[in-house]
Ligand binder design. Sequence first.
Ligand code: NAD
Length: 308
Amino acid sequence: MKIAIAGSGAMGSRFGYMLQQSGNDVTLLDLWPEHIEQINDKGLSVEANGEQQFIKIPAAFPKDVHDTYDLILLFTKAMQLEDMLQNITHLLNKKTAILCLSNGIGNLETIQKFAPKSPLLVGTTLWTSELVGPGSVILNGSGYIEFQAINNVSHETLTVINNTLAEAKLNPRESDNVLLSIWKKACLNSVLNSFCTLLDCKVMDLNKSEYVPTLTDKVVLEFEAVAKAKGIPLTEKLALTAINAALAPDQAGDHYPSMHQDISSGRRTEIDYLNGAIALMGRELNIPTPANELITELIHAREEVTLK
Ligand code: NAD
C-alpha cells in the first residue's frame, strides 16, 4: 500500500517504520523542520532491544507532497489534529482511507469536518513509543490496535487495511464499538495522565495516596454521566476495571505518563480532549462535572507556567 503518516512523532514514526518493514511504500509527513531534516539526512534512528538502526524512509512537509495515497494514518496529538488536517486537505479524497489512532475524545468529529467523503476508520492502540529527539525513536514492548470502520469504507478496503496492519505485525483487532474503547481509554488517561502530571509522580506512585481512589471515583462518575447522555455505554465498573488494572502493582509503570512528559518539555497537553472534553460536554448537557472542570483548569495553569 502507498501510505502517508500524517504526524510522525513517537507513534507515527513507530507505525511508519513497521509498515515500511513489511513492504509498504511509506512517507512520513510532519511539521517539525528539524525532525524531517534529520530523517532525510541520516535516516530514522530506531532503537529497539538496545540496538540502534538508521532506517531510510522519506520524510516531508505535507505541502511538498502531491501523490495519491491508499491510506493516511493520522497520528498527531489531539490538539494538533485540526492543524494537520488543514495541512493535508490536498491529499484527502474519496479513495484515500484515513485511520486515526490518536488518544482523546472528539477526533472523529474533527476528521469528519475536514474529510466527509473519505473512507474513515478510528481506533485506539496499546503500542507505545518514545521520541527522544528529532529523527530518533525508542520502541518499547508490544501492543495491539483496536479499530472500526466508521463511514464510506467498503468491505474490500477494510480487508486490505486489516491485512496490511496484520502483515506489519501491528496486531489489529476489529471492534464493534470502538467509541466505547476510545471513551474508556480517555477516562483511564484522564486519571493516570492528569493525576501524575498534577502530583508530579510516576504511575506506580499513585498507589501511595489514599486520596487517589476518591478522586478517581469523582472523575469516573462524571465520565459515566456524560457518556450515558451521549449514548456511549461506558459504566463506572468498566472504567474502574481498566484503571485498577493499570494501577495494579505488577502493571503500574515506573514511568511518567506522556502528559507529564509534555509538561516537562514545555509543550501543551491533550487535556482538552480528556477531562476537558467531559467538562465541555457537561456544560453543554447541563450535567455537573466539577472534578473534570477543575482538573482541566489546573493542567492549563501548569501549561502556562511551564510552556517554553
Ligand atoms: P508526539 O508528541 O511524539 O508527536 C506528535 C507530533 O508532535 C508529531 O508531529 C511530532 O513531530 C510533533 N513533535 C513532537 N515533539 C516535538 C518538538 N519538540 N517540537 C516540534 N514538534 C514536535 O506524539 P505521540 O506520542 O506520537 O502521540 C500521538 C498520539 O498517540 C497521541 O494522541 C497520544 O496520546 C497517542 N498515544 C501515544 C503513545 C506513546 O507511547 N507515545 C501510546 C498510545 C497512544
